[in-house]
Design a protein around this ligand. Structure first.
Ligand code: NAP
Length: 308
């Protein structure tokens, strides 16, 4: 199985990687897609997606993810789930991907590894992860029906997830360090309308308390320095993302934050290697944009392998 040579290898089974696969496989390029968990990417963590074109009523994230995967399979992408890329071998003009199960060789490579949620580094955060500290409202929100929970962050993810959590929680304490949100006003207004959200602005979280599970969060007011301990049973952390590019190391140029640097067509600093999606520098982190970048990377591969 290992050592086989594919026309293209795709690392990452989110919207960018699956879309790239749909295009390369339709071109009859032998395509292998490696996904460290299960295919779907960010949509799997989102209850309802309302801004992906073609679904005027919205679509569940899980269903959109399943449709992307089914379409890639229909065109013959060989998908290997739970197979994480741990290193690249680009020495001497080769294109190789190492995983825990073996090594794969390609004539081209599309990197679409996506991002993961940032951690805060607060006391209590690591100890209580999975016992009240969560980075996924869709996964854990329903556990807190009728309870008080906190959300940390002021971007679109924090606002949207806080809104989702109001479906279950008795109250959602939204803790944000500034006096205004980075995310869309429309979502903040919807959140306010639920009557279940308490906005703690100009407040930074300083510690998460609890023994066997989360019992409280302590915040410090930025203006006064006063601390308040809020009793909550869960803390959802949504303070931005960081790219899953550790396996790339020195093989392809990354920027200072670890995002993959490319030209507008998605070409990286290495020959035959392209990048698409959330881990690419300058990406706008929208599902439709990730799909578009997957298309661009696949077209660049086509140009390299088919048109030459
Ligand atoms: P983001 O927009 O970067 O927001 C991160 C938030 O966390 C900011 O409000 C930031 O505060 C806060 N923060 C960062 N570090 C913190 C710390 N150490 N302590 C306390 N707060 C901290 O990240 P995101 O919400 O994950 O969204 C990422 C991208 O995805 C954005 O471009 C977003 O627009 C996009 N997205 C869009 C949609 C949509 O269009 N519907 C949905 C989801 C995501 P400051 O504001 O003070 O910096």
């Amino acid at each position: 199985m290992t050592g086989e040579r594919y026309d293209t290898i795709i690392v990452g089974g989110g919207p960018a990687g699956l879309t790239a696969g749909i295009y390369t496989a339709r071109e009859q390029l032998r395509t292998l897609l490696l996904e460290k968990a299960i295919c779907g990417g960010w949509p799997l963590l989102t209850a309802t997606i309302e801004n992906y074109p073609g679904f005027p009523e919205g679509i569940s994230g899980a269903e959109l993810a399943a449709r992307f995967k089914a379409q890639a399979e229909r065109f013959g992408v060989e998908i290997r789930e739970r197979e994480e890329a741990v290193a690249l071998d680009l020495s001497g003009g080769k294109i190789g991907v190492e995983t825990a199960r073996g090594s794969w060789r390609g004539r081209s490579l599309i990197l679409a590894p996506g991002c993961r949620m940032k951690k805060l580094g607060l006391p209590g955060e690591e100890e209580l992860a999975g016992r009240g500290v969560s980075y996924c409202a869709v996964c854990d929100g329903p556990l807190y029906r009728g309870r008080e929970v906190a959300v940390i962050g002021g971007g679109n993810v924090a606002l949207e997830e806080a809104l989702f959590l109001t479906r279950f929680a008795a109250r959602v304490h939204l803790i944000h360090r500034r006096d205004r949100f980075r995310g869309e006003k429309l979502v903040a207004a919807e959140l306010e309308k639920t009557g279940k959200a308490r906005f703690l602005l100009k407040s930074v979280p300083v510690a998460i308390g609890g023994k066997d599970g989360v019992e409280s969060i302590t915040v410090r007011r930025t203006e006064t320095g006063k601390e308040e301990t809020v009793p909550v049973e869960a803390v959802f952390v949504f303070v931005g993302v960081e790219p899953n590019t550790g396996f790339i190391r020195e093989t392809v140029r990354l920027n200072g934050d670890g995002f993959i640097v490319t030209d507008p067509a998605g070409k990286t600093s290495a020959d035959g290697v392209f990048a698409a999606g959330d881990a690419r520098e300058g990406n706008v982190r929208q599902i439709a944009a990730a799909c578009g970048e997957g298309v661009a990377a696949a077209m660049a591969v086509r140009k390299l392998l088919v048109e030459y």
